[in-house]
Design a protein around this ligand. Structure first.
Ligand SMILES: [Zn+2]
Ligand SMILES: [Zn+2]
Length: 284
């Protein structure tokens, strides 16, 4: 099919995210205009809790408590909400034809109800709810990021635990509109582990999607890795109403990566652009 337009990029980071050393909000907007995107949603990281820190290179902004050998705890620098809002406002004047949304990527919102209330107060226009960390099996009550989770649970065990917790987050009343990167642990899937065993995971994935559809939220197709089209098909079968496209770009050059191929694949799974080109895609 011919796409009537590019989808908006609804998951983008700039210099206001603690892990985006090459982020640049203004240059990202300029790139969006150059590509012809109708809209871009900045979804800067909003992490409330500390997580077990992976060993090595600390290019991230934040503090590590304890050791840096893989057993310390990392707390990211808080989001500078006011400065972020001002920069978005400045860029709206520079790029009047681009719809620029002001949002966040909220980590593990279901674990932080108090912080969630604060998020609602800020009035963000887009909140992507993401899971970046899982329960730390060695330290009850704490969480560990993916590399640590893999060491504790193995590859398949990590994916299973991720899906179970994603279902819990989707069932919660955490204030997010879109479930981000359900395939996140697959970023760490080792090349020698063979293909992802979807038949084995199908029931769990379908469960997450059905809970998410019931909550009225949208599913994100994150284009930072190749699309898992089967998941989009299951999303439609689960009654999912909307799909969001997110490049998860942490620098301007990665904006809208894999865009046309992913958009065409999502269209083939039964979704299409809304009448408003800046809106999420709906069911065909
Ligand atoms: Zn994320
Ligand atoms: Zn992200």
């Amino acid at each position: 099919m011919t796409l009537s337009g590019w989808p908006a990029d609804d998951h983008v980071h700039s210099q206001f995210s603690w892990d985006a050393a090459d982020g640049d909000l203004e240059a990202t907007c300029a790139r969006a205009v150059e590509l012809g995107l109708p809209a871009v949603s900045f979804t800067e990281h909003l992490d409330v809790g500390a997580w077990q820190a992976p060993p090595g290179g600390w290019a991230w902004r934040g503090t590590v408590r304890g050791s840096t050998d893989g057993h310390g705890r990392f707390m990211s620098e808080p989001l500078q909400v006011q400065a972020y809002a001002e920069e978005v406002e400045r860029c709206r004047h520079l790029f009047p034809d681009l719809r620029i949304r002001w949002g966040v990527e909220l980590s593990e919102g279901h674990r932080h109800p108090v912080a969630c209330a604060e998020v609602v107060g800020w009035g963000f226009e887009r909140v992507v709810g993401s899971l970046h960390a899982l329960a730390d099996l060695d330290h009850p009550g704490q969480v560990v990021e993916m590399r640590g989770a893999l060491a504790q649970r193995g590859v398949l065990g990590t994916v299973v635990a991720y899906l179970d917790e994603a279902a819990e987050m989707a069932a919660s009343d955490a204030p997010f509109d879109v479930l981000g990167h359900l395939d996140y642990p697959l970023r760490y899937w080792p090349a020698d582990a063979g293909p992802v065993p979807w038949a084995e995971l199908e029931e769990r994935v379908r469960h997450v999607l059905s809970v998410l559809a019931g909550s009225g939220r949208a599913l994100e197709v994150n284009t930072s890795r190749p699309l898992e089209l089967v998941v989009v098909r299951w999303w439609r079968e689960a009654g999912g109403q909307a799909v969001s496209f997110g490049s998860d770009a942490h620098r301007p050059d990665d904006l809208a990566q894999r865009w046309r191929e992913v958009a065409e694949a999502v269209a083939s799974a039964g979704f299409r652009p809304a009448a408003d080109p800046t809106a999420l895609w709906g069911r065909a």
